[in-house]
Design a protein around this ligand. Structure first.
Ligand SMILES: [Zn+2]
Length: 72
């Protein structure tokens, strides 16, 4: 069995803005990618062969409540 599959490139679209994201799978089975357009961090976690969890962390400047700080 070759282990080169660990370096396979994954591509998916940003759930936040739709930009194409490329990422690499690490040894924990997670695929991490950062959106070039909105800088959201996306994690694709391979739970099993038919279960993938996608976690999205938005950029800090778009965090909830930021508009209140701007009004001061
Ligand atoms: Zn994006």
């Amino acid at each position: 069995m070759a282990t080169y599959d660990e370096w396979k490139v994954f591509k998916w679209y940003c759930p936040n803005c739709g930009e194409l994201i490329t990422g690499h799978k690490n040894t924990d089975g997670e695929v991490k990618g950062i959106c070039r357009r909105c800088y959201s961090k996306t994690f694709r976690i391979l739970r099993s062969s038919n279960h993938i969890t996608i976690e999205v962390y938005g950029p800090k400047q778009q965090a909830c409540g930021s508009e209140y700080e701007d009004s001061f």
